[in-house]
Ligand binder design. Structure first.
Ligand code: ZN
Ligand code: MN
Length: 479
């Protein structure tokens, strides 16, 4: 959706807050297992249950993961202080959440979308997760529930909350942001980033403004977004709601709103609390985190190549735009593609064959060299496109050399003279169609080209190379 399609004359302004559960072995401040899906209330201890007299001890691995994420988002990693964020909720047994407030670990980064858009990252701070409430009764909401159950296995699981700047201008960009963030998280190994299991949760701050202005109007924060698809729908709905209010002479109120996937709309939640409502103060039981320059340098050195850099490398080798290789990088097939291109295979054909025909779980039996040989057989006309795909499917299933497989399948290259003879025979049997091909307008010619190619394919049982057929037809028509 382009920004203008919210409504003519209006621009969409979105910032995202993403909570990511870190995949450490244990929780943030105790030794309990950090594991999804266990029997409720089995991974608990006095610390994560907030029992009197218990004291938190910070998990070094969680801090390292958070700094890795910060550096992967080009943030400055800085000395930080844990604070208490005070509020009451049954799934938070201490009645406060240990988070970071004015001195977060990571600040001032950016995330670059595949289309080149840069989205600023204001901060990425460390905090603990809450427990999980289940409201039993009609609707599954706290209002009208018969009773509620609380599972504290999640209480104290390490989180990083990544707060973007309001730099996102379309629902499509918002989806791309979350997809890119997930790819980064998985690449650097700090989270499995599964939205469906709640290990990645997205809240969207949405507002609109007259196109061309740079003001920031009242925003609403949408919660309960369970998929990337829902994120796009929720943003579009909310933006339209704001525009309708403004155009009716009203204005939205700042509040949190819930997204209802089944109804396709948001409803009012609570009016947005301000930071002072939480009575933040420094956590007296924890010391500040002060990473040394050496620690940060070691993290930088250990980071693998990130998706943006991998896209750039493959795009450059293939001579295309980075967005065109995003799927291959997502699938982790970029190294393979680079190797095949280095073997001398045609880059464009390499990308097409991988994207369309190696979309399989296991393509490990296909070596880059054998794949490059197959692509070269196709581009030289030894194999037709459909034959190349058949041979590749055999290679995926059992490995092997494309020339040997092609010979076994009887995919002999058709002799050039033989093919010309077949084309001539087909032309001779269909004089009316041929007249339309030679004398017709563009549309007719295109239609008849399809007809003749089909006839030649039938006559050769699919052995003919479609591009050669087109070339011969063109030559015959020009005579
Ligand atoms: Zn515990
Ligand atoms: Mn948070």
């Amino acid at each position: 959706m382009s920004a203008a399609s919210v409504a003519p004359g209006w621009e969409l302004v979105v910032g995202l807050e993403v909570h990511v559960e870190l995949s450490t072995a244990t929780k943030l401040f105790c030794g309990c297992a950090n594991r999804f899906g266990d029997e409720p209330n089995t991974n608990v201890c006095p610390v994560c249950l907030g029992l009197p007299g218990s004291l938190p001890v910070v998990n070094a691995a969680a801090v390292e993961y958070a700094m890795r994420l910060g550096r992967a988002l080009s943030c400055t990693v800085r000395p930080s202080v844990f604070s208490r964020k005070n509020y009451f909720y049954p799934d938070m047994p201490k009645d406060y959440q240990i988070s970071q407030y004015d001195l977060p670990t990571n600040v001032d980064g950016e995330l670059v979308l595949p289309d080149g858009t840069r989205v600023g990252i204001e901060r990425a701070h460390i905090e603990e997760d809450t427990g999980k409430s289940t409201h039993v009764g009609e609707g599954g909401r706290i209002h009208g529930a018969d009773y509620s159950l609380v599972d504290y296995n999640r209480a104290g699981v390490p989180l990083v909350e990544i707060v973007s700047r309001p730099d996102i201008r379309s629902a499509e960009q918002a989806r791309a942001y979350v997809n890119e963030l997930r790819a980064i998280l998985v690449t650097i190994g700090v989270s499995d980033a599964r939205m469906e299991e709640g290990s990645l949760r997205v809240d969207a701050n949405v507002s609109v403004r007259p196109a061309g202005s740079d003001e920031l109007r009242t925003r609403c924060e949408i919660k309960n977004i369970n998929s990337v698809r829902s994120l796009g729908r929720a943003i579009e709905y909310e933006a339209r709601r704001h525009v309708e209010l403004y155009e009716a002479g009203e204005r939205p109120v700042q509040e949190t709103r819930h997204w209802h996937e089944d109804e396709g709309r948001t409803t009012s939640g609570r009016s947005k609390e301000e930071a002072e409502d939480y009575r933040y103060f420094p956590e007296p039981d924890l010391v500040p985190l002060v990473p040394s320059a050496d620690e940060v340098a070691a993290i930088d050195a250990s980071l693998p190549a990130l998706p943006a850099r991998r896209r750039a490398a493959l795009a450059e080798a293939a001579g295309v735009a980075p967005a065109e290789v995003a799927v291959l990088v997502d699938r982790g097939q970029d190294t393979f593609a680079l190797a095949a291109i280095a073997e001398g295979a045609d880059p464009a054909r390499v990308l097409v064959r991988i994207e369309n025909d190696l979309a399989v779980d296991d393509w490990s039996r296909v070596s880059p060299a054998a794949f490059a040989a197959l692509v070269s057989m196709e581009t030289s006309g030894e194999l037709t496109a459909s034959q190349a795909r058949t041979v590749l499917a055999e290679m995926v299933a059992g490995g092997g050399d494309p020339a040997t497989i092609a010979a076994r399948l009887g995919f002999e290259a058709m002799d050039a003279g033989e093919l010309e003879a077949v084309v001539d025979a087909v032309i001779a049997t269909h004089p009316d169609e041929w007249a339309r091909f030679v004398g017709g307008d563009d549309k007719d010619r295109k239609k008849m080209a399809g007809f003749f190619t089909g006839q030649v394919m039938k006559a050769t049982r699919g052995q003919a190379d479609g591009r050669r057929v087109a070339e011969i037809l063109g030559r015959r028509a020009a005579r």
